[in-house]
Design a protein around this ligand. Structure first.
Ligand code: PHE
Length: 470
């Protein structure tokens, strides 16, 4: 059994693959609607703050584990645990990451399916005033949704089955430049046709009237941290897997900073592609659906409808951008589990991808059903299985794995961490990084995890309860 990963055959592959992974539906579908749900400016500022203070350090920790462990997420963690005289059970961090990645794959593909579907719908043209009904109909048709979702899953599995160079690297080289051109064109169009200043103001000025209680502020902090981690692809083994293919000359800190900057940049650009256009065409968060999937699948199609024939070009371009972003991320979501199966069970890549394909299809069917046949099957504050999968992976597992990696690198790998691999020459920076991993991020992430789960799963506002004690 060989658990050693192969290597990217060039120095830019990691940068492209990790950026392709990070920039996804999280940036273009998720970031704008979460900003809208959380009152705009303050959320965005908190988001940027947490990307820098928590996201970036934990991102580096995950890439480091992969690069140093040189294997799939589970074996990398296990071998580093042995190297540092720690228990092999740390491997559970890798398993949890893989579990999270599979669940994400199951719901991510469904949103991507909608995206492809909407590419065609918007190309045919949407009559003004009908976008809301179209969105309701699209969610109610189990078999149509299954068709688009499967198309997306098969496409991404095809790339992954072809291996890291001939599959992933080759695809990213083609997808990433396209993605940047598309997002910039959309921002340009939004600035030309829409109200750029209104969009800027909405995204960057912190309006505090949204926050009446500490509980609400805590909820926004949780949303900002969760979004930062998800958008950076932290906590699902992707960065460990991609890090394990890094050539030895590549430095973790430099490579990470490029990816983190690109990802944050595209999230902000996505906001600037959507809000100026929406505001300019007369939409606003008070009267129109700006929250959840409805922002992209209801309000945007309605906006394109207002543009008339032009909307039949701009609309499909917008959904094509989303599809490209989703596709490059989906590839990266599949990689940790495929790498795990190939290395741990000495399987061919084709067979491993085949197994993961079946797992993904099964999970995606559950998440599709969550939109229609099982729409009323709820759990706590989670309305249906789709919401449940999303919550369990993004908010429950992701923060746990993030904390696990932080603690593992900060507390257990002190003898293994080296300036050479990290590419950090300053001792002060190195100590700061370790300090954040040891204390700041675990304390922060766990506090948010407890508060968030108490609220969502048990309907308990712990902050309010503590305050009421005084
Ligand atoms: N970061 C991706 C996005 O923003 C999603 C993702 C999460 C990809 C985890 C890989 C791993 O859409």
């Amino acid at each position: 059994m060989s658990t050693q990963s192969s290597q990217w055959n060039n120095n830019t592959a990691f940068l492209l693959a990790a950026t392709g992974s990070a920039v996804g539906l999280g940036n273009i579908w998720g970031f704008p609607y979460k900003a809208a749900e959380n009152g705009g400016g303050l959320f965005v500022l908190l988001y940027i703050f947490f990307v820098i203070t928590l996201g970036f350090p934990v991102f580096m920790a995950e890439v480091f584990i992969g690069k140093k462990g040189k294997s799939n997420p589970v074996s990398s963690v296990e071998s580093l645990a042995i190297k540092s005289n720690s228990s092999k059970s740390w491997g559970i961090v890798g398993y949890a990451g893989i579990l999270a990645s599979l669940i994400i794959a199951g719901y991510y593909a469904v949103i991507a399916g909608f995206v492809i579907d909407y590419g065609f719908i918007s190309a045919q043209g949407v009559t003004e005033g009908t976008a809301k009904d179209i969105w309701v109909t699209q969610q109610s048709t189990f078999w149509d949704m299954t068709f688009w979702t499967l198309l997306f899953i098969f496409g991404s599995c095809y790339v992954v089955a072809n291996g890291i160079d001939a599959g992933i690297d080759k695809a990213m080289r083609f997808l990433l430049p396209m993605l940047f051109v598309l997002v910039i064109s959309m921002v340009g169009y939004g600035a030309y046709q829409g109200d750029f200043n209104a969009g800027l103001d909405y995204l960057f000025s912190a309006k505090t009237d949204k926050f009446n209680s500490p509980g609400e502020v805590a909820a926004i902090v949780q949303a900002a941290i969760g979004q930062a981690f998800f958008s950076l692809s932290i906590g699902m083994g992707t960065l460990m897997a991609f890090g394990s293919y890094m050539p030895s000359s590549q430095k973790v800190s430099k490579a990470s900073s490029v990816v983190v900057t690109a990802d944050t940049g595209v999230a902000l650009l996505a906001g600037l592609a959507i809000f100026p256009l929406a505001f300019g065409l007369g939409f606003n968060p008070e009267e129109n659906a700006f929250g959840g999937s409805a922002l992209v699948f209801e309000t945007m199609p309605e906006a394109f409808a207002k543009l008339g024939v032009l909307g039949q070009i701009v609309g499909p371009l917008f959904f094509f951008l989303l599809a490209v972003a989703a596709f490059s991320s989906m590839i990266s979501i599949l990689e940790p589990s495929v790498a795990f199966l190939t290395q741990k069970f000495s399987m061919t890549r084709l067979k491993a991808t085949g197994i993961i394909l079946l797992v993904c299809i099964s999970l995606s069917l559950v998440s599709i059903a969550g939109h229609n046949v099982w729409k009323d099957v709820s759990l706590g504050a989670l309305d249906n299985p789709f919401e449940f999968m999303k919550y369990f992976a993004d908010d429950f597992l992701l923060l746990l794995v993030g904390t696990g990696m932080s603690v593992f690198v900060g507390w257990r790998l002190q003898s293994v961490v080296d300036k050479q691999t990290m590419g950090i020459t300053s001792t002060a920076f190195m100590s700061l990084w370790i300090f954040i991993l040891k204390w700041i991020s675990p304390v922060f992430l766990m506090t948010i995890w407890v508060l968030g789960n108490a609220q969502v799963l048990f309907d308990q506002d712990l902050i309010a309860q503590v305050i009421s004690l005084f």
